[in-house]
Design a protein around this ligand. Sequence first.
Ligand code: NOJ
Length: 727
Amino acid sequence: MTIKELEKLLSEMSLEEKVGQMVQRSASVMAEGTIVTGPEGTVDSEEMSVGLIGSVLGKRGAGPLHKIQKEFVEKHPHHIPLLMMYDVINGLETIFPIPLAQGCTFSSQLVEEAANIAMKETVAAGVNVTFSPMLDLVRDARWGRVVESTGEDPWLNSQMAKAMVRGYQSKGKLAACFKHFAAYGAPEGGRDYDNVELSERTLREDYLPAYRAAVEEGCAMAMTSFNTWNRLPSTGNKWLLRKVLRDEMGFDGVLISDFAAIDEMIRWGIVEDSREAAKLAIKAGVDIDMHSNGYMNHLVRLVREGEVDESLVDEAVMRILKLKNSLGLFEQAYAGFEEDETALLVCDAHRKKACEVATASFVLLKNEGLLPLNKTEETIAFIGPYVDNINIYGTWSFPEKPKNTITVKQAVMKKSQEVLFAKGAYVLDEGQNTRMQDTEERPVSEELLLRAAVEAARKADKVVLCLGEHRNQSGEGGSRASIGLPEGQLKLLEKVSEVNANIISVIFSGRPLELNKVENLSKSILMVWMPGTEGGNAIANVLFGDVVPQGKLAMTLPRSVGQVPIYYGQFNTGRPNPTGIKIGFVHGYIDESTRPLYPFGHGLSYTTFSYSPVVLSQKEMNKNGTIVAKVVVANDGDYAGTETVQLYLRDVKGSVIRPVKMLRGIEKIKLKPGERQDVSFVITEEMLRFYNADMEYVSEPGLFHVFIGTSSDTDNMAEFLLVSETE
Ligand code: NOJ
């Protein structure tokens, strides 16, 4: 349809029909088998019938969605199709690693390819919108939704945001919806749904860039967040939604509330009732009410009684109609449904890519010579509750056939028959809480499991211990006050270490965990996060050296939960303490180092890379100029490998304090043993900008440090002066 035709349609719609477009309910109002992530409600109100709503959420499957759409469109007075929305976070059927792991690939290309495959499967399943990417910066590992984020760094998250939006929207058949606007990743104490206390400067400098990147990439939709900022729930914050998101960032897509977030403003204590909540939300700029009673029950009357201007409804509806139009729904309401669903799901090509992304996301934290494993010459025991476990796909995935997931055991058996296996422990301790009241079957006693595992460990040359968090210990509503492994698994680690010192720990997790005991008792550690459908194959490939690890931490690993929030881009303080160990009146703790267990950007390979000192093309740069920073990277080891070369900048003195390091570039290079390669980064003035003391986004003349190295911990540094034109 042309814009003129859309405008004509809008002008012919009754107020009830228009408001209907702004109402979303879970598909359970029309069909069974829907995923619902909050309290359910009824649909038929005095003002609104289910036949007028504009979109549904939580259902997938071409067949059932086609049926819903067909019946709906035929009955709708203007035959306006529904938008079908679903949470496809890290794949639909072929499950990719969790977003946090995808961040650890440091590869926009792989992340885009993963999103592209997710898009194909999602479109084939009849879905028009995915509630992804989640772009909430997170620096507190207690927060359960860290699993959905690509990590702690604004710059890296922005690259990932763009890659995901490109991947999802490349065919024009699926709309991406970035979320949760804004700063949902910073709730106090890491407690989900809590208040957020951030300065406007921190919000703008660190939290907004990834959302802005999604807008720049043309992301079709955005979602508000559950949290408050500046003591206002985002869903009712006009400054945030109209001024920052629409006017400053230029977002002209559809803005949806999070699930029931409009009505939740009542409990926040910001409005009296649902009617007031609806009024606040529409004035703030929310186009679609996801599953609360506000718009459905009150918006028509609010307009009729003159409390809300109808033009606000019109502008929201126009945006929704435009989105439906851009997805081709007016021409073909069943767009995508004609595709052969089964041919696309979990096919070999998708598996292959899922395996590649997973291997690239694994982070080799340490390796004291135990990896890679030797297939023929050693006896290896694979022990732990994640050895033969298909629940390795993260919190947001609900594959139709979870059995498509390859376990570590299945994959290892394909590589070598001479391997011992033992479960050793259950994932959870008896009675331990997760966010979903999960129960594990416990057919044999913990004692028996442990005994069998110790026996296997005694017979082996090396032990691979597959340990980790339960998939539902992270995710929405999955915040934790302690972020260690369950006690039963720690006991397993201790007992095994008493009979075998050659321990390789493979850690499954939806968040950075506290891993001190694992660090102390393991010679090698591989973080595999929640690796998805191909997890087992990817792990076996890396452990046996068929693929060389290359992942880098997208989030700092703390030594203890007391250190969080801990992230590499912190400030120097007036009493810096480079050693991290506190003596006297310097920054830090008296009972803990301020250094992390492993820093952001860290990740080893089976080979070793060396870096030449950083060389700059000149020592001064004016604001229109550029500087080229160069290093030579050499592969000094015995394996071909991929290194992620990282560029960090430091603004040594600013009108407001500046972080000790800021990631501003990454370059992935593949080197054979003995090979070396020049790697250059062009530094522009734009990369040096920040919100100065007057909240202007500018660079300031002065000294800058340029670091290029293998992690955020690098001290490979050169310096230059940014000079103003007049100097
Ligand atoms: C609530 C979650 O916060 C959001 O991320 C999700 O997209 C919606 N529920 C819909 O399931």
